[in-house]
Ligand binder design. Sequence first.
Ligand SMILES: [Mg+2]
Length: 360
Amino acid sequence: MKVTEVKAEVLRLPFSIKIGSMPRINASGTLVTVKTDEGIEGYGLSHFSLSDETQVKFIEGALSKMVVGKDPFMIEEIWREMYNNSWRILFGVGQSISAVEVALWDIIGKSLKKPVYKLLGGYRDRIKAYASFAFALAPKAAVGMAKAAVQKGFKAVKLRIGEGLAKDEEIIKAVREEYPDLGIMVDVNSAYESAKEASELANICETYDVIWLEEPLPSDNLRGLSELRARSNVEIAGGENDFGLRRFREILEAEAYDIIQPDATRSGGILQVKKICALAEAFGVRAIPHIFGFGLIMAANIHVIASSYNSDWMEFPFYPDEFYLLKTPIKLEDGYAVVPQEPGLGVELDWEAIEKYKAK
Ligand SMILES: [Mg+2]
């Protein structure tokens, strides 16, 4: 049997309720119908009363992609896929709150005519940057990309791996042999499940003098991460898929990482990530925000880094300038990112490019 459709509809009852900290809302629910090729239909109902319409979009637009075509008996498989791609990384929620919060800081900075990092308490105006590659590359291509980064002035690069240990080693080895003095970080993006594999990878990283090993295991396996960290001679980094101050307290108490990587555009916004950095400082852990993609994401995080004592690197997405969508991309001088000094986030959007890339 195969699932053929996942449908969601909002039901609204004729009275309103007020519970705890929620605003007053209509009593409502989201009815889910799962259809199959054998004509059997299943029904489920839940509610996210703040906006059932959003839940409908999430179920039909996101979850259904991982359910349609599957055998409905394979619940463990279906659940795992839905979980890994949404719940584990709180996909959507942390990001949405963060984007709104960051925009508020931009207003505050513009209103006070100060760059945000100075309002947070500035610590540095230049940050050691590493070029972060967008995807895993074959060894030769990785060397080529490293060359391009070195030519731009970067003193360190982050390679994406997680392609199997043998291939991972080839990629790291190729770049290390070509560039004996280059800083190398590696990012697994939670590709491995096994602690033993991750531990072998840590040994490989040690051989090639890797600065840190990022997300070697899924972010919800704190026990595995802390055991790995205790055994590894290479620093273990992670946290780009974790959200909020209290979650980072659990992470820090579990001693899961040497370096945490909250992202101001995912983990709750600039103030939340600033608090997370401060909490890490108290634990003697470095906090080096995750940054990927657009210039506005770089800008939001650069102000956290520039105001945090324990943030000594900046992840610099290694992209063609046009994809930053900024009029003037964040400047790089001799391997250091220059913190914008204009009010607010300190960057000007490239509206022409934004118009071009707006989804129609
Ligand atoms: Mg990463």
